[in-house]
Design a protein around this ligand. Structure first.
Ligand code: 5RP
Length: 219
């Protein structure tokens, strides 16, 4: 099974977590794009949909979905999104697509966070994937220096501006042995908007697609 097929079966498996009358949050990325393409098949169950990025909004609208503002729907029943890495505690690295801030808001606002990945994203220790940090542009060099002190190697994501008008630093070579502490420390650096470490609000359910099929962890 190739990676695209794995993404599709993970997306398909997540549909069963959408309750009737759902306020549904939709993440960003190629795995979620597989989900979006399946959403018309469960249109009747969806009361409202909120989106984590301009790209996802455009794709949803292309399929005829009206996208609501989070402020107008209250809490999200279920938020479905991909990830760049996941550990056994369902803590994640996210933000490869640069949508980490809105993704973290939707994860935080959701009653259930369902993460869909293929098995290449499962890791023992987070950090092999460069950790994205969204920063206020004027703080970029300052935050980068702070991350060097934390033994990371920051690389500015060139020619990329987030949906919020900010920059991304990708931090290479971090071995994140304590994700909770690392998330807290990075959040405290002035100028950091969001770190793509989802440890304080991990996924509730992790759906992993592999050659042998689907494995669902959590509930
Ligand atoms: C976007 C994300 C994505 O969920 C993450 O990058 C995984 O993407 P893909 O499904 O394309 O591998 O966090 O900001």
């Amino acid at each position: 099974m190739d990676q695209k097929d794995k993404k599709l079966i993970a997306a398909k498996a997540s549909l069963e977590f959408i309750p009737d009358g759902a306020i549904l949050g939709v993440g960003t990325g190629s795995t979620v794009n597989e989900l979006i393409d399946l959403l018309p098949s469960v249109r009747d169950k969806i009361e409202a949909v909120v989106s984590s990025s301009a790209a996802t909004t455009a794709r949803l609208q292309g399929l005829g979905f009206e996208v609501s503002m989070l402020n107008s729907v209250g809490d999200v029943d279920v938020y479905i999104d991909g990830a760049d890495e996941a550990n056994k505690h369902l803590q994640l690295i996210k933000g490869g697509g640069g949508a980490l801030t809105r993704e973290k808001i939707l994860a935080g606002a959701s009653r259930k966070f369902v993460c869909i990945i293929d098995d290449s994203k499962q890791v023992g220790m987070l950090g092999a994937f460069p950790l994205p940090i969204e920063v206020i542009p004027m703080a970029q060099s300052f935050v980068a220096r702070k991350m060097v002190k934390m033994r990371g190697q920051p690389i500015w994501r060139e020619n990329f501006v987030t949906d919020n008008g900010n920059h991304i630093l990708d931090i290479h070579n971090l071995q994140i042995s304590n994700p909770l502490e690392m998330e807290t420390r990075i959040n405290q650096i002035p100028g950091v908007v969001t770190v793509g470490l989802f440890a304080h609000r991990p996924a509730d359910v992790l759906i992993v697609a592999s050659d042998t099929g689907i494995r669902t962890i959590g509930n």
